[in-house]
Design a protein around this ligand. Structure first.
Ligand SMILES: NC(=O)c1ccc[n+]([C@@H]2O[C@H](COP(=O)([O-])OP(=O)(O)OC[C@H]3O[C@@H](n4cnc5c(N)ncnc54)[C@H](OP(=O)(O)O)[C@@H]3O)[C@@H](O)[C@H]2O)c1
Length: 276
């Protein structure tokens, strides 16, 4: 697949880039979108128990060779007790119609539950081959430091999935992940389409002969992260996949880096983004 790149995770597995985001796709629309995404060339699908679409995603992937697919799901923050993680993972696997996940993420940190307890469950899922890699989402550097102290070779911390786009350039966090060998997957990589009208992005798109969405995704890939754009139409899916072919130069990158000081789009009341 010429448009698919691969990121190496610390468990040695390869993560196809870009991935396909499925939040807010439900039912038949979700199944159709997942099938179309696979048809146009995506090999990495991102879902979560809280998206309430795992069954629909499962139907979308059922005729596709499982070993050619990278599948991520996430355990929600109300389910981080040991028994709950084990039950949540089994339920996700059942809904998805698969016997393993390539990557299983703690969706949101919840410091009221001892991380050691959640990690015990993750180790057990890892040793029973229900998950191939373990990661986190919405973790700050402070959360990551705590997690790294408790992870080891039996359970490397492979990934942090965070909001990352031209409007929110979390450079310090991305640099920290790089230093620690933690892959960064970028959620809402198009800023949920709100950043696409930005004049700087449009100017670069015009000069490069591509779309504003492709500029945003190419910027993320040039910074070494794996974007997870969601799209409902095949036109958008293809366009986003082809962003891996867009070359940006140093001037483009600097101009785009300078835009990234806006506020978060995703900031629910239970987030722990102020943890230092
Ligand atoms: N870990 C977390 O806490 C977390 C949080 C949020 C999201 N995520 C993951 O990240 C994925 C992506 O994030 P997101 O869904 O929030 O937002 P996004 O991917 O940044 O943006 C999706 C929006 O952009 C539009 N779009 C897609 N391709 C386009 C193109 N080429 N040109 C113009 N518009 C385009 C889509 O429209 P159409 O649908 O009409 O194509 C949709 O309205 C999610 O689906 C989910 O898997 C994770």
């Amino acid at each position: 697949m010429q448009h698919i790149k691969q990121a190496r995770l610390s468990n040695k597995a390869l993560m196809p880039s870009p991935g396909f985001g499925t939040w807010q796709l439900r039912g038949q629309q979700c199944t159709r979108a997942v099938k179309e995404a696979l048809q146009v060339g995506y090999r990495h699908i991102d879902t979560a128990e809280v998206y309430e679409n795992e069954k629909a995603v499962g139907q979308g992937i059922q005729d596709f060779p499982r070993e050619q697919l990278f599948l991520t799901s996430k355990v929600f923050h109300g389910n981080l007790r040991e028994k709950s993680v084990l039950a949540a993972c089994s339920a996700s696997l059942q809904r998805l119609g698969t016997n393993y996940l390539d990557l299983y993420l703690i969706h949101w940190p919840d410091m009221s539950v001892p991380l050691a307890e959640t990690l015990r469950a993750m180790k057990s899922l890892r040793s029973s081959d229900k998950i191939r890699a373990f990661g986190v989402s919405n973790f700050t550097i402070a959360h990551l430091r705590e997690a790294l102290q408790q992870c080891d070779d039996s359970l490397p911390l492979c990934c942090n999935q965070v909001e990352l786009h031209v409007g929110l350039w979390q450079k310090e966090l991305v640099d920290f992940c790089k230093e620690q060998g933690i892959a960064v997957t970028a959620y809402s990589p198009l800023g949920r389409a709100t950043i696409l009208p930005d004049p700087t992005i449009r100017k670069i798109a015009q000069r490069r002969g591509c779309s504003p969405a492709q500029v945003c995704l190419a910027w993320l890939m040039h910074h070494g992260s794996v974007p997870l754009p969601k799209a409902s139409s095949m036109g958008h899916m293809k366009e986003n996949l082809e962003a891996s072919q867009i070359a940006l130069d140093e001037t483009d990158m600097q101009a785009l880096d300078a835009l990234g000081n806006c506020e978060r789009i995703i900031d629910p009341g239970f987030a722990e983004f102020d943890k230092v």
